[in-house]
Design a protein around this ligand. Structure first.
Ligand code: CMC
Length: 431
């Protein structure tokens, strides 16, 4: 924990309380209110945690105003442009970029853990034939604690590391198999001669009956999607993982909880929701109608892929993703795609509209990632599973960080109670 160099004064009913202030290496100062309830008998109130730091962390830093995203200090555009996903995974887990030897060992470890326990096939087969891949992933990842019980000992750092490697290595296989099951195709086993992104694409699109060559353009785009989604500070799913872990739950249960949270349309489900919205809009001439709906307070419709809790000028991931979308579509020769045409015009129209400018609503990463995945042939139901594959390293790095912090304790928020005060039970015949 940082040293307190200054303090804040809080006055309640004439009584003064000194609250320590900590200065981070980057970002706003934080006021420590841990002792406030004990001293003053009051809670703080912050639904949605908009002004609350829930932990200290050294993994990811976001400056929403500047549109900056750093992993262990390295800007996301440099990582997306010069590094690759498995190197970023190493960086997240171990805090520093690897040497050539360290990277080789790490890549070999991950590659050699990609197969699932064969009995897990039976578990997949228990799902309804058309199960959404996210539903299957929540179940299968939770069930890993039964199949890999040896790495559930969270008090042993070595077992924690093995669990991390297993999750990063097996998540693409789980996501690909959840997809294959949902479309009634045979499972395709991992291939250790392929890189991480190519192996995932191969498991999704190959069939045993014929050869499937992975398009290197697809591999590059997929690796970039993984890199751009690797971690994002204390977002909803990561906070879910940390909260689940705070009770001492095993890593597979915690990551399953993170996947469940990610599925929501305000979080990881946004790229699916965005593409569905673009398809519903259909043609650029209908854009004004949808913009008007997004601005109408009486209409629950929101422009999916726009706005962010933290980024209030631009999403730096969206900038890289937009380049990737342009690249993939150009190389595939589908620049005339009507969805992209609608997306491009919608972006221009929304950015020119004072409502979106005033509320600082800019396209986020999901606005472009859905377009790339659609062009690659993924159905919308696979968009969030791909996000889950990518985010696994962020979740597990944050989980490991929390467990190695000697100050960690069970998460237990309080509340502003607005219900009935104590009253006597009334027998049913007297109500
Ligand atoms: N379309 C229209 N109006 C919007 C939108 C939108 N997409 N987003 C926010 N607003 C309005 C909202 O109605 C509110 O207006 P008012 O102040 O008049 O009540 C104002 O902007 C602030 O919105 P908020 O809901 O208080 O902002 P938030 O920070 O709680 O929400 C958000 C952030 C991402 C949930 C929201 O912008 C949203 O629902 N966006 C669409 C879903 C989406 O694209 N989500 C992906 C986020 S990026 C992926 C990730 O990192 O997980």
């Amino acid at each position: 924990m940082a040293e307190s160099t200054k303090s804040a004064k809080l006055t309640i009913d004439g009584n003064e309380y000194d609250l320590p202030i900590y200065s981070p290496t980057a970002g706003p100062d934080v006021i420590d209110i841990q002792k406030l309830y004990g001293q003053a008998g009051v809670f703080t109130y912050d639904p949605g945690f908009t002004s609350t730091a829930s932990c200290d962390s050294t993994i990811t830093f976001i400056d929403g105003g500047k549109g900056e995203l750093l992993h262990r200090g390295y800007p996301i555009d440099q990582l997306a442009g010069q590094s690759h996903y498995l190197e970023v995974c190493y960086l997240m887990l171990y805090g520093e970029l690897p040497s050539a030897k360290q990277l080789e060992t790490f890549e070999s470890t991950i590659t050699n853990h990609t197969m699932l326990h064969e009995q897990m096939v039976n578990f997949f087969r228990g799902f309804r034939r058309d199960a959404h891949p996210m539903a299957t992933m929540v179940g299968v990842v939770g069930a890993m604690s039964a199949f890999y019980h040896d790495s559930t000992d969270i008090s042993d750092p070595k077992q924690r590391e093995i669990a991390s490697h297993r999750l990063i290595a097996k998540m693409p296989t789980i996501a690909a198999w959840a997809y294959k099951y949902s479309i009634g195709q045979p499972f395709v086993y991992p291939r250790n001669d392929l890189d991480y992104a190519s192996n995932f694409i191969h498991m999704c699109f190959a069939v045993p009956a014929e050869n499937y060559e992975v398009n290197p353009i697809f591999s590059r785009a997929m690796d970039r999607i993984f890199t751009l989604h690797a971690d994002h500070e204390q977002n909803a799913s990561t906070s879910t993982v940390r909260l689940a872990s705070s009770s001492g739950a095993n890593p597979f249960a915690c990551i399953a909880a993170g996947i469940a949270c990610l599925w929501g349309p305000a979080h990881g489900g946004a790229n699916q929701a965005c593409l569905e919205m673009l398809k519903e809009i259909g043609t650029p001439d209908r854009i004004p109608e949808y913009i008007a709906r997004a601005k109408d307070k009486n209409d629950p419709f929101r422009l999916m892929g726009f706005g962010h809790r933290v980024y209030k000028n631009f999403d730096p991931r969206a900038t890289v993703m937009k380049q990737s979308a342009d690249e993939v579509l150009e190389l595939l020769g589908v620049e005339d795609n009507p969805i992209l045409a609608t997306a491009k015009e919608l972006e221009v129209a929304a950015l020119a509209d004072p409502y979106f400018a005033e509320k600082k609503l800019f396209p986020n990463v999901d606005f472009y990632s859905g377009i790339i995945l659609e062009a690659m042939g993924f159905p919308t139901s696979m968009f969030t599973p791909i996000f889950a594959v990518a985010r696994t390293v962020g979740w597990i790095s944050q989980w490991a960080e929390q467990l190695s912090d000697p100050k960690h304790k069970i998460g237990r928020p309080r509340q502003l109670y607005l219900g009935e005060t104590e009253r006597d039970y009334v027998d049913i015949e007297n109500r």
